[in-house]
Write a protein that binds this ligand. Structure first.
Ligand SMILES: [Mn+2]
Length: 312
């Protein structure tokens, strides 16, 4: 069994007692919002649930009370479980050490078209904007209660993955699930204030990042690059940088490059038209048609050269 239906997922959840919940490393708003919302939903269903992520959780998500229950790998004492439930992660590698430490059958709820089908049971909705949108839909169709705290978490999950309902993945249903969250008490302004919060230090770094912007292919491709020195100042929170270039009128593909070390560059691709999942695939990455990522074994200049070579 690889791809499962909503009913098969429900049966598996009904039969599991102890569930370990995890999400991808470098957790974003969709990952964290989805995890804490489904944690609460599963607790309501009488499950014994542990949330764990093999990474630090950015502090801007701390306004969601359940975030304080997310454990680091070293803090989990009991890895025995009936189910390892993986949210918003498209490959086994993306869950870090959790995959090796928990031997339970893996179930995966995800919306990445590039999903590698690593799970024993995969519930994949690649036309959904966010994993949070899938979870809102599931809770709604199973008549599981959506509390105010769940609503805020799910709203954050959905809103952050669709650019607050501006990106091309925003569908009628995305808006309907957003509305469902608001109907259950989600506060869009509160979520926005926390998630989009910035600092003087971040603005100072952004001033430097703006200096790195380069345009290629008659302005169709824009690249912003954070070298190792800038990355040290930026930390883990690289949200917002690609937004500095994506709305330029001539730009189709907006690329954020992040130096990991002298020979490794992480790449985030956003597009208005081009299939950037296909571009990321060429470097062993993936994601969505209009938003994808990969890692290139080269420094920033090398990564730029390799990317431009595969972009038509
Ligand atoms: Mn997502």
């Amino acid at each position: 069994m690889a791809v499962i239906t909503k009913e098969q997922l429900k049966t598996a959840l009904d039969e599991a007692n102890r569930i370990i919940l995890t999400v991808h490393v470098h957790p974003d708003g969709d990952a964290i919002g989805s995890m804490v919302a489904f944690y609460e939903a599963l607790i309501h269903q009488g499950k014994d649930v542990t949330m764990v992520v093999d990474d630090t959780v950015p502090s801007k998500y701390n306004f969601l009370e359940a975030v304080s229950h997310i454990k680091q790998v070293a803090d989990v004492r009991d890895w025995q479980a009936d189910m390892l439930l993986v949210l918003d992660a498209s490959t086994f590698e993306r869950i870090g050490e959790v995959g090796a430490l928990c031997k339970a059958p893996i179930y995966n709820i995800d919306h990445h078209i590039s999903n590698s089908q690593f799970a024993d049971g995969l519930y994949l909705c690649s036309d959904f904007a966010a994993t949070g949108e899938i979870l809102a839909y599931l809770c709604d169709s199973w008549s599981w209660p959506i509390t105010k705290t769940m609503a805020n978490a799910l709203y954050m999950a959905i809103a952050t993955d669709c650019g607050f309902f501006r990106f091309s993945n925003t569908t009628e249903q995305t808006l309907r699930m957003g509305a469902l969250c608001v109907a259950h008490g989600a506060e869009p302004n509160i979520v926005s204030e926390h998630v989009e919060v910035t600092t003087v230090a971040r603005i100072e770094v952004m001033k430097e990042a703006l200096q790195t912007i380069q345009f290629f292919k008659a302005g169709r491709v824009a690249i912003i690059a954070l070298d190792e020195a800038l990355m040290a100042k930026v930390g883990d929170d690289t949200d917002g940088y690609v937004d500095l270039i994506r709305n330029v009128d001539t730009v189709d593909i907006a690329i954020l490059l992040k130096a990991v070390d002298a020979h490794t560059t992480r790449v985030s691709l956003r597009a208005k038209v081009t299939d950037v999942n296909a571009i990321a695939n060429q470097f062993g990455g993936g994601g969505h048609v209009k938003a994808a990522g990969c890692t290139i074994k080269a420094n920033i200049d090398g990564a730029i050269e390799q990317l431009l070579a595969v972009i038509a």
